[in-house]
Write a protein that binds this ligand. Structure first.
Ligand code: CA
Length: 198
């Protein structure tokens, strides 16, 4: 499996070094940036599998960085790190397209676990995109939202149904959690709000 690449943006040097070292020990390739401007420069140089983004940064804050990133890439998972814990900030982050949120001080194990989950969740969409899936004489076309049954009859299905089928096919043989199903069929972001309010 190819090494996953993470962009880590944090202006507290000690914290940056600690997180970077731990991510590298887990086998990830890490590029670091200490300001929002630098983060965007690095982001535009090469593709990343995940972005860990501190909110309070000099020059340009993490929310603004996330907004810029989302204009250019709707898919790359973004995990916010912040000292602020207010739900208003959390909601701002999620609205801007963050996928997860961790409040400082956090447990390193928890960070590594969340990184793993976000990367696993996104791997289906970044590694290769599925166009057509066949089983028996049935076929699902993910581009046209059409299914063809074993009698050759075509039928259109909804976007939500397509998203659900895609998830189940990508994770064939795995147990898929209710969270993952909701997340995929309702779109990223919605689930995070639901679970954070629990
Ligand atoms: Ca900071």
């Amino acid at each position: 499996m190819t090494q996953r690449k993470i962009l880590l943006v944090e202006d507290e040097e000690h914290l940056l070094k600690t997180i970077q070292l731990n991510l590298e020990l887990e086998g990830y390739a890490v590029v670091s940036a200490i300001t929002g401007i630098d983060a965007l420069k690095e982001f535009r140089k090469q593709p990343f599998d995940l972005i860990i983004l501190d909110v309070m940064l000099p020059e340009m804050n993490g929310f603004d960085v996330c907004e810029e990133i989302r204009k250019e890439n709707a898919k790359v998972p973004v995990l916010f790190l912040t000292a602020k814990a207010s739900s208003e900030d959390r909601i701002t982050g999620l609205k801007l397209g963050a996928d997860d949120y961790l409040t400082k001080p956090f447990n390193l194990e928890e960070l590594l676990l969340r990184v793993q989950i976000l990367l696993r969740r996104s791997s289906g969409s970044t590694e290769k995109s599925l166009d057509v899936y066949s089983f028996g004489n049935n076929q699902i076309n993910f581009n046209t939202f059409e299914i063809t049954d074993n009698k050759g009859e075509k039928r259109e299905i909804t976007k939500r149904e397509i998203a659900l089928l895609k998830l189940l096919i990508e994770r064939k043989g795995d147990v898929v959690s209710r969270e993952d199903i909701l997340d995929r069929s309702m779109g990223n972001g919605c689930l995070s709000i639901l679970t954070n309010n629990r």
